[in-house]
Design a binder for this molecule. Structure first.
Ligand SMILES: Nc1nc2c(ncn2[C@@H]2O[C@H](COP(=O)(O)OP(=O)(O)OP(=O)(O)O)[C@@H](O)[C@H]2O)c(=O)[nH]1
Ligand SMILES: [Mg+2]
Ligand SMILES: [Zn+2]
Length: 302
């Protein structure tokens, strides 16, 4: 029996990295009956035991219990959740300062999901080379906000070697996922990490290719300096996990203390009287963009 890590899924075949080689492997049908709450029984990032057949292909015998994972709503009209990547040390939400427009709501939804799944979250703002002074100042405001909340934060550009060096440091010896909308440069950043990488990126740089996804499946890429990076297809919106409206503020670090002062234990901090969160917001202790994201998310939970 060998151990390995699923690095790619092509439907009926899986590529498993054992550390020494990459083995095309099959998953016996019995696994498909288990874990029906998700649409994929085996996900990129999963750790597995496998036996090797005479023809060199592998048979997956056991899927190790997942330490954590990130899901998205299943596509192609299927119901339920699809696991994007599992067994992560950290997940990075990637946004671009422009082209496409930066969406704070996306970042905040992602951060709530990471809090709920107990995945260490990082915020990356890419394409800093396109930012004028206003854009650069905005990026610095975001850095201040998100670092004050306890999240790691990085600005990058595929043309700025210093920023790529910092990115490499962040990724070394870890399993990391890049998650973000289409066109923000997830694959481009990965290509910039290693001269041997040549993954497909969107060739149209003037951003007229709205809605076109260049990366269409998740894959885990072994890094020469140690660790794995998961490239994932662009997602338009981050679906929220199943949480009750009154629980949402538990996933906003800056609301944890203020919510202790609410009159009602099930306060949703929207309209209730004597609300500690609303008071903290009035005092300027909660950023407007964060409170706004909170209210939007609350709306979609109701
Ligand atoms: N100016 C500038 N352009 C960039 C940067 N990073 C990526 N791009 C461009 O942005 C476009 C989209 O890049 P991709 O890497 O394909 O984006 P993606 O996030 O992987 O997109 P999907 O695979 O569709 O999810 C390409 O034309 C890149 O050349 C950057 O730092 N600066
Ligand atoms: Mg891509
Ligand atoms: Zn309240």
């Amino acid at each position: 029996m060998q151990q390995g890590r699923v690095i790619q899924s092509t439907g009926s075949w899986y590529l498993v990295d054992t550390g020494d080689e990459i083995i095309e492997s099959r998953l016996p049908g019995r696994f498909r009956l288990e874990g029906k709450e998700v649409t994929n029984p085996l996900a990129v990032g999963d750790k597995v035991d496998l036996t090797i057949n005479d023809d060199g292909t592998g048979n997956i015998e056991k899927i190790h219990v997942r330490e954590n994972y990130i899901t998205r709503q299943a596509t192609h009209g299927k119901r339920g959740e699809q696991i994007l990547v599992s067994n992560l040390d950290q997940a990075c939400v990637v946004q671009s300062i422009k082209q496409p427009k930066l969406k704070e709501g996306f970042i905040d939804r992602f951060l709530v999901t990471c809090e709920a799944y107990e995945v260490h979250a990082v915020v990356i703002i890419n394409k800093l080379d396109l930012a004028k002074s206003g854009g650069k100042a905005f990026a610095e405001e975001l850095r201040e906000l998100y670092t004050s909340l306890g999240y790691a934060f990085l600005t990058t550009s595929i043309e700025d070697h210093q920023s790529l060096k910092k990115l490499k440091e962040l990724l070394t010896d870890k399993t990391t996922a890049f998650i973000g909308p289409s066109g923000v440069g997830k694959t481009s950043l990965i290509n910039a990490l290693d001269p041997n990488f040549d993954f497909k990126v969107n060739e149209i740089s003037d951003f007229s290719s709205k809605g076109k996804h260049t990366t269409t499946f998740a894959r885990l890429i072994p890094l020469s300096f140690g660790g794995f990076i998961a490239d994932t297809p662009g997602i338009r919106e981050f679906g929220l996990v199943n949480i009750e409206p009154w629980e949402l503020s538990l996933f906003f670090p800056e609301m944890l203390e203020p919510r202790e002062n609410c009159q009602f234990s099930n306060c949703t901090h929207e309209h209730e009287p004597k609300c500690g969160v609303a008071e903290a917001f009035e005092r300027g202790e909660i950023a407007a963009s964060r409170y706004n994201s909170y209210l939007n998310m609350l709306d979609s939970l109701k």
